[in-house]
Design a protein around this ligand. Structure first.
Ligand code: PLP
Length: 360
């Protein structure tokens, strides 16, 4: 077996120890004689897997007891609609911060349900910075304020949690959840697609404060009602059982690494190494403002864009895959999620230096 270093933005690399354990348990989960893939979600074996995963996630993130944790389907994209459907609560206005492609998509979807007030946007600067919160035009009567702590495509990350007073704060943590500790009590709702830092595609995690539940807009589909999902333990219908199980293995792995403070130190070190290598070179360039560079997704361009194809192809031959930037922006992007070993970052830096020397 030979494994590559996978820099994909998602679905993305998973911890090898997790994949190995899943392989060992594939035919016979803990002596029960069947695979997790074959289990009824209504019976005891899966119930214990589900409960343990939730308990471990609660422990990792320090989730207060007045928050529900939901294990849903539909991807983070479905949350773009579920959030206004559930959190408007009789209001008509919602605040959104526009810092890139994903916040823009969330805004477009929210516009179907009410008046979206874009409190600030960094689009004029090609989404390479975060607008100064002192300039945000917030509405104190907004149903909530939505922002995207990490923009996966352009690699822009908030280094702070916005202070919006009593307005519930809603955050799309898809590409940065579990990369460091967060104070969940600052948020009304946190959501994340699993396929980056949590586990396989097909699972979406929502962490929501209980007092925000129970006031959906008329005609909300039953599957999109957080309260229904919460009352049914995220099992109103058949949940994505295998993805839930694998997420649970990832949570156990994170605890064994020392939890989220330990991950934060590792993630900061990995990202800083790569940024330092980019900044030290005339051949590579990262367009993102120094104040908001992502630890998770690092975009960079080559001084000679004609060499993009050769760079990606040679990197792949060296066992460094999925480095091509998002199709909407081009260039390169290295995603350094929790499961990317430090050796992968070292190998990438070594390759980049060698490529620059040969082509500069
Ligand atoms: N939000 C962010 C920040 C993302 O990075 C993505 C996907 O990459 C999405 C939302 C959409 O997620 P999904 O494909 O799970 O619907």
């Amino acid at each position: 077996m030979s494994r590559v270093f996978n820099f994909s933005a998602g679905p993305a690399v998973l911890p090898e120890a997790v994949l190995a354990q899943a392989q060992v348990e594939m035919l016979d989960w803990q002596g029960c004689g069947m695979s997790v893939l074959e289990m009824s979600h209504r019976e005891q074996h899966f119930a214990s897997i589900a409960a343990q995963a939730e308990a471990d996630l609660r422990e990792l993130l320090g989730i207060p007891s007045n928050y529900k944790v939901l294990f849903l389907q539909g991807g983070a994209y479905s949350q773009f609609s579920m959030i206004p459907m559930n959190l408007l609560r009789g209001k008509t206005r919602m605040d959104y911060v526009d810092t890139g492609d994903w916040s823009s998509k969330a805004i477009d979807e929210a516009r179907r349900y009410g008046d979206v007030n874009v409190v600030a946007s960094s689009s004029a600067g090609n989404y390479t910075s975060i607008p100064d919160p002192a300039t945000w035009q917030c509405d104190p009567n907004a149903a909530y304020l939505h922002y995207t702590p990490n923009e996966t495509i352009r690699g822009v990350e908030f280094g702070f949690v916005p202070d919006v007073g009593d307005v519930p704060l809603v955050a799309d943590f898809s590409s940065t959840i579990l990369s460091r500790p967060i104070d969940v009590s600052r948020f009304g709702l946190i959501y994340a697609g699993a396929q980056k830092n949590i586990g396989p595609a097909g699972l979406t995690i929502v962490i929501v404060r209980e007092d925000l539940l129970g006031q959906t807009v008329p005609c909300t589909p039953v599957m999109f009602d957080y309260n229904v999902q919460a009352d049914n333990g995220s099992m109103y219908n058949t949940p994505p059982t295998y993805a839930w199980y694998l997420a649970g293995l990832v949570f156990k792995w994170l605890k064994a690494q020392g939890g989220l403070s330990a991950m934060a130190a590792i993630n900061e070190r990995k990202a800083n190494k790569l940024y330092a290598a980019i900044d030290a070179s005339d051949f590579y360039h990262c367009p993102v403002d120094l104040t908001c560079r992502s630890w998770m997704n690092i975009p960079f361009t080559l001084a000679k864009p004609a060499l993009d194809k050769a760079f990606a192809a040679e990197a792949e031959q060296a066992g460094l895959v999925s480095l091509k930037g998002h199709r909407s922006v081009g260039g390169m992007r290295a995603s350094l999620y929790n499961a990317m070993p430090e050796a992968g970052v070292d190998a990438l830096i070594h390759f980049m230096q060698d490529f620059a020397q040969r082509n500069g």
